[in-house]
Design a protein around this ligand. Structure first.
Ligand code: NAD
Length: 486
């Protein structure tokens, strides 16, 4: 039976059920604008129940005190179950978010499974260290550190890739021994609820992972305010991240914030232009631009500017727009009608401010879905709103740079600092630029390749903390020091 045949809205203590709100939310398919199902979201009371459940599961040690080997095996089983249920997970993720089905099936699903496998390996490697005291004679003391799970973690995720965003948080939280309450975006609850069912099927005890659904201002904020939650791991917009950071400060919760971006793509004159054009096109139009690391600002050295923007413009115009589940679609819909309006408004404002529209610029009337043409704006200036603000849609702004130094200066001239890509065949220039770019992740001759082994997170207003790798795992731990007089 599919999730949408049941009442859904919460997954608490191992049971799927409706939330207790008096008002339902329509789960909409962005490819058609049609309702998938109505669901009953949660209230503050449900949040309290989920957090109390997670806190009890933490305190009684049903997960935390299992051997690392047992935790690791359960997480490996979860990875296998994600693969076994890959068709259903991909169907749900694509249906409610508008992500291309091929991307969900061949990207999100295996990536989520590998995320649990990767972190399963860390369960047995969370080590402390011994510390020789600096002010005592050798042999009088034994001092050491231990890594302990931080406690109940509140996970809040956005709509663009719920399965992977959740896995990036849930896998290290479980590896560290934490218990969790997850709130997916209200527009995309299904893949997270399905994942929670698989968690229990994998043998992770009920109550360790709980899901509440609903809007950010009610359910999300209730998680952040709850005194029994010790850490918030949030991915979403910079504006929401700031609100969460302020609220979490009240009782000094730990916070990881993975926020917005306006990532530059820098093409130097010596680049392999075919690769740079293909890469820059993919960097902005994949998932219809609804990607935190989308390469939304293009800076090209003057000598090759015309060739590069002509190439990208031609590709943008040839991309096939269509439903997320149609096999030949290359650009799917935006998440909602309201978001489409925001994207179109941003494009109009860019043109009003003097940018030249080279491709796209309009909505596409197709089956009632929320489509916008892949759009390229040229002759943009740093002061324009379209250059400064994240659009989170299929909109590229391009400008000509006199030299490499201007590429760096303009690339760094942003309140964001999530990612960047550099396209050059000169190794020295690549590393010099990588050192100068103020962003948490720099790609050279590629863009948008994440990996669980590589820390991910932003400089400046793109966030606090890191996900993935050992550094990401540590965000779910407290470090305790013990000094023992012998
Ligand atoms: P959003 O901030 O509106 O919503 C994200 C989540 O926060 C949703 O679950 C929402 O319900 C919840 N929320 C909203 N207000 C809240 C509040 N006051 N308290 C608690 N929770 C609240 O973001 P969005 O528009 O859905 O997602 C797109 C944004 O996410 C973009 O800015 C994008 O760059 C960013 N993003 C960042 C990363 C990253 O890893 N850095 C990854 C994906 C998306």
């Amino acid at each position: 039976m599919s999730l949408t045949d049941s009442d859904y809205g919460a997954y608490i203590d191992g049971s799927l059920r409706a939330g207790s709100s008096s008002e339902s939310i329509a789960n909409i398919d962005p490819s058609t604008g049609a309702a998938i199902a109505d669901y009953i979201p949660c209230t503050e009371k449900d949040v309290d129940e989920a957090v109390v459940t997670a806190a009890a599961a933490f305190d009684d040690g049903r997960w935390r005190t299992l051997s690392p080997a047992a935790k690791s095996r359960a997480m490996q089983r979860l990875a296998d179950l994600i693969e076994d249920n890959g068709d259903e997970l991909a169907r749900l993720e694509s249906l409610e978010s508008g992500k291309l089905h091929s991307a969900a099936r061949n990207g999100e699903v295996p990536f989520a499974a590998e995320c649990f496998r990767y972190h399963a390996g860390w369960c047995s490697k969370l080590e402390g260290s011994s510390k020789p005291l600096s002010m005592a004679p050798a042999g009088e003391f034994h001092a050491y550190t231990v890594r302990e799970p931080v406690g109940v973690v509140g996970v809040i995720t956005p709509y663009n890739g719920a399965l992977v965003q959740t896995s990036w948080k849930l896998a290290p939280a479980l590896a560290a021994g934490c218990t969790v309450v997850i709130k997916p975006d209200e527009k995309t609850p299904l893949s997270t609820l399905k994942l929670a069912e698989l968690v229990v099927e994998a043998g992770i005890p009920p109550g360790v992972v709980n899901v509440v659904t609903g809007t950010g201002v009610t359910v999300g904020a209730a998680i952040v305010r709850h005194p029994a939650v010790r850490k918030i791991s949030f991915t979403g917009s910079t504006e929401t991240g700031k609100q969460i950071g302020k609220l979490a400060l009240d009782d000094m919760k730990k916070v990881t914030l993975e926020l917005g971006g306006k990532s530059p793509v820098i093409v130097l004159a010596d680049a392999d232009l075919d690769a740079a054009i293909a890469g820059a096109t993919e960097a902005i139009f994949s998932n219809a631009g609804q990607v935190c690391v989308a390469g939304s600002r293009l800076y090209v050295e003057a000598a090759v500017y015309d060739d590069v923007v002509d190439g990208i413009t031609a590709r943008a115009e040839s991309l096939r727009i269509g439903a997320a589940n149609a096999p030949d679609t290359e650009v799917g819909p935006l998440i909602s009608s309201a978001h489409r309006q925001n994207v179109l408004r941003a494009i109009r404002r860019g043109v009003d401010e003097g940018a030249t529209l080279a491709a796209g610029g309009s909505s596409v009337d197709l089956d009632g879905g929320f489509y916008v043409e892949p759009t390229v704006l040229l002759d943009t200036r740093q002061s324009m709103e379209i250059v400064r603000e994240e659009v989170f849609g299929p909109v590229l702004v391009a400008s000509k740079a006199q030299d490499m130094q201007q590429c760096v200066r303009d690339g760094n001239d942003s309140r964001f600092g999530l990612a960047a890509s550099i396209w050059t065949q000169n190794l020295g220039k690549a590393h010099r630029l990588a050192a100068e770019i103020k962003a948490g992740l720099v790609w050279v001759n590629c863009h948008g390749i994440p990996d669980m082994a590589v820390p991910f997170g932003g400089y400046k207003q793109s966030g606090w903390g890191r996900e993935n790798g050992l550094e990401g795992l540590y965000e779910y731990t407290e470090l305790k020091s013990v000094i023992c007089k012998l």
